[in-house]
Write a protein that binds this ligand. Structure first.
Ligand code: GH3
Ligand code: MG
Ligand code: MG
Ligand code: MG
Length: 307
């Protein structure tokens, strides 16, 4: 379950140096290493683009004058590729003309430093870019997570579902969706208080998260006491089995719901729908089918799966 990828503020940042001149490359590399960065280097734009995709550096220091594809084009391609588009680029260039500097920013660079670079200034600019990338990352994470349960929120789920749908259209693999709703949760809140209700939702979310084990799965809080679980590359029968395991695991939490007419414990009802994405099927249809079956599970007595 990784939609946003991984990012760590604590680990050593990796900086990719792209420069044709071995002397410049080596000087920048050792300067970075002395300051605790993990420095990697490439001698051409082509090599740099390839290394950026593979190594996913936190920042790129790029010379504008390069043989083959030049620095501007390298920068444009870094920015155009979704795999590298968020990596900040600082030009460190022997070209100091205003036109070059403007062109550098227009190509997508975050900053422009001319050679010979003052070491302290270059390092300060580099730290500033790394810091702003971390802030952007933290904001994006906050916008995608549910603050109570810390699992993905509906926004992240919608994006993930769209991506998985497109992938399944290409691969021809089935997609399955579980829609869950906590049974008699209003009663739970009314009996034990809203804080206990919050803690209960956190525990239920934990169960879902454990079941979303593969990269093609995602558990999310859909709203209130409703959750969704998407299983990529999963046919209907397997999804029904998974749903039953989720239902049983929630019941096995043994969270007392004293006044529930359904069970002594907090339970969930689950609707399951599966689809082979095609031009004739729709995402909306999948959500509606799961929701309809959830409603059937409620009507049939709750604490059950309808697949
Ligand atoms: P049913 O079995 O039909 O689903 O009954 P229910 O009581 O669960 O359904 P209803 O939709 O009437 O109640 C949902 C309750 O969930 C009401 C609402 O206060 C509570 N709820 C929604 N979000 C939160 C939350 O973040 N924290 C807490 N503690 N309660 C919440
Ligand atoms: Mg509900
Ligand atoms: Mg309800
Ligand atoms: Mg409910």
């Amino acid at each position: 379950m990784a939609v946003l990828g991984t990012e760590s503020t604590a680990r050593q940042a990796t900086v990719l140096v792209i420069d044709h001149a071995p002397a410049c490359r080596d000087a920048l590399r050792s300067l970075l290493q002395e300051r605790g960065y993990n420095a990697i280097a490439a001698g051409s734009g082509e090599e740099g683009l390839d290394l950026a995709v593979r190594a996913q550096p936190d920042l790129v220091l790029l010379e504008l004058a390069l043989p083959g594809i030049d620095g501007l084009e390298t920068c444009r391609r870094l920015k155009a590729n979704p795999a590298t588009s968020t990596i900040p680029v600082i030009f460190v260039s022997s070209r100091a003309g205003t036109d070059d500097i403007v062109a550098g920013f227009e190509a997508g660079a975050s900053d422009y430093v001319t050679k010979p670079a003052r070491v302290a200034e270059l390092c300060a600019r580099l730290r500033a870019q790394l810091q702003s990338k971390r802030s952007a990352w933290a904001l994006e994470c906050a916008a995608m997570a549910d603050p109570l349960t810390l699992i993905p929120n509906r926004r992240q789920f919608d994006r993930f579902l769209e991506k998985e749908w497109q992938r399944a259209l290409r691969s021809g693999a089935p997609l399955s969706l579980l829609m869950l709703d906590v049974d008699h949760f209003k009663l739970y809140n009314d009996t034990l208080g809203h804080a206990a209700g919050d803690a209960c939702l956190q525990q239920v979310a934990g169960v879902l998260q454990r079941h979303a084990a593969r990269a093609t799965d995602l558990a999310a809080r859909y709203g209130g006491e409703e959750f969704v679980l998407l299983f990529g590359e999963t046919p209907a029968e397997a999804a029904a089995r998974l749903a039953e395991a989720v239902r049983a695991d929630v019941e096995s939490l043994h969270i007392s719901n004293p006044r529930s007419p359904t069970s002594n414990w907090v339970t969930v009802s689950i609707g399951v729908a599966s689809v082979l994405p095609s031009r004739h099927a729709s995402l909306c249809g999948l959500l509606l089918a799961a929701d309809r079956r959830l409603y059937e599970a409620k009507r049939a007595g709750r604490n059950r799966v309808v697949a």
